[in-house]
Design a protein around this ligand. Structure first.
Ligand SMILES: *Cc1c(COP(=O)(O)O)cnc(C)c1O
Length: 424
């Protein structure tokens, strides 16, 4: 559910007409709804009712905008970060260090030192050499790092290959059958304090069975580790719950169904459960607002050329992702069209042969469910400045990331001395 609705024939974000934001800020622009973010946090928490003190660490990579993170910090969430940059952004937004989990296969010694100085709650280690490096960094700082190993359970998450992370051939985690040996190694490393087990099998999961299979393996491992004398106090079940993109497809499992499965599988584990939801918290809370530049005749269906492009919203070209596209002021009739951006790549296509609201040049369109992995993946390809972002709360709205002037992009490059006539 979201808070983007037609009122008097105009699509609104909460109480604010999207046409107003387009006029004042220009397009393309991302628009986030505070009420939708709050609702999704509430729904996720409700789904976990009965789980003692769940540690909900928002996956920052889904949407690292400071206003989004600050909204989540107010709601008491923690963060799952995958870089030193994300860690600093999370801290700058007011997220508590002890509620931060650090994931990722390539943490550098500098990033480890930063996280240790900040005092984060858990490092999710993804290999034995990473454990050795973290121990050395922690020892040199005179501290002990709280760690879990991320286990690769070798289950097929049934999602797009590029966002599937739990198969043995994927780069993530320690193979399940090597896990006991990895914990043995960690026990003897002086800079580490083993506290948990972690797993994350992928994103946009639309079936609970693979997650259940992965969690069951975590449960077995916890029992084996305890039998070997390890003290396990946390179990991190990762993120990945899917959201509805295409209204014609069956709904993905609800947070309530997910919560029920979690309670069932983890009964008796006697650990603090950690969750790393990203998409399910922010996906439906954002849209990308764009204007139709022109409509061009195609061999069959027309090409609707909008002013947003793959640099603003990469998901369709990267993952063949499907976004519902709505007219902000629907004219009534619908048509079938190809929706494309202005970038010089055929991959800059948002939708092919899409039945949608009929639009004409100058009309506004909204790409729905663009709050996760949208603005965060934006780039400046074709020298298009990063997409600005707006946050709405009831009747209020504010720009939470400015549109960068093109001069900033130009000024970011430097000439080498032999090309710099002013320096010569
Ligand atoms: C990306 C990621 C998540 C969040 O995934 P969603 O599908 O957005 O919920 C959680 N944990 C880890 C380790 C991740 O890499």
């Amino acid at each position: 559910m979201d808070h983007f609705d037609l009122r008097d024939g105009v699509l609104h974000a909460e109480d604010v007409p999207l046409s107003l934001i387009a006029e004042e800020v220009g397009t393309p622009v991302y628009v986030y709804s505070t009420a939708t973010i709050e609702r999704h946090v509430h729904v996720f928490r409700e789904a976990l009712a009965g789980v003692a003190d769940p540690w909900i660490a928002f996956a920052v990579k889904a949407n690292p905008n400071r206003a989004v993170l600050a909204t989540l910090a107010r709601l008491g969430l923690g963060a799952d970060v995958v870089s030193g940059g994300e860690l600093l952004r999370a801290r700058a937004a007011g997220l508590a260090a002890e509620k931060i989990v650090f994931s990722g296969v390539g943490k550098t010694a500098d990033e480890m030192a930063l996280a240790l100085r900040e005092g984060i709650g858990q490092f999710n280690l993804e290999s034995e050499p990473e454990a050795e490096m973290l121990s050395a960094v922690a020892t040199s700082l005179g501290v002990t790092a709280p760690v879990a190993f991320r286990i690769n359970p070798n289950v097929d998450a049934g999602t797009h290959a590029k966002i599937s992370t739990g198969k043995s051939e994927d780069k993530f985690g320690v193979a399940y059958d090597r896990a006991l040996a990895a914990y043995e190694l960690a026990r003897n490393l002086p800079g580490l304090r083993v506290q948990g087990v972690a797993v994350h099998i992928g994103s946009q999961l639309t079936d609970l069975a693979p997650s259940r299979a992965a969690f069951e393996k975590v449960g077995l491992l916890i029992a084996e580790l305890r039998a070997n004398g390890h003290e396990i106090t946390t179990a991190d079940l990762g993120g990945g719950l899917g959201v509805p993109y295409d209204p014609s497809l069956p709904l993905p499992p609800s947070p309530a169904a997910y919560g029920e499965m979690v309670r069932d599988v983890t009964a008796g584990w006697n650990v603090r459960l950690v969750f790393e939801p990203g998409r399910v918290i922010v996906g439906n809370a954002g849209i990308l607002l764009s204007r139709v530049v022109r409509v061009k005749q195609g061999s069959a269906d027309p090409f609707v050329i909008v002013d947003a492009a793959m640099n603003d919203l990469l998901r369709p070209s990267l993952y063949d992702a499907w976004h519902h596209i709505r007219a902000v002021v629907p004219r009534g009739p619908s048509f079938t069209a190809n929706i494309v951006g202005p970038i010089c790549e055929s991959g800059d296509t948002f939708a092919k042969k899409r039945p949608m609201d009929q639009v004409e040049p100058g009309d506004l369109v909204a790409f729905m469910t663009a709050g996760a992995y949208g603005a965060t993946m934006a780039n400046t390809y074709n020298s298009r400045p990063l997409t600005p972002e707006v946050m709405v709360s009831e009747t209020n709205w504010a720009i939470v990331r400015n549109r960068q002037p093109i001069e900033m992009l130009i000024a970011a490059d430097d000439l080498p001395p032999w090309l710099d006539e002013e320096a010569a």
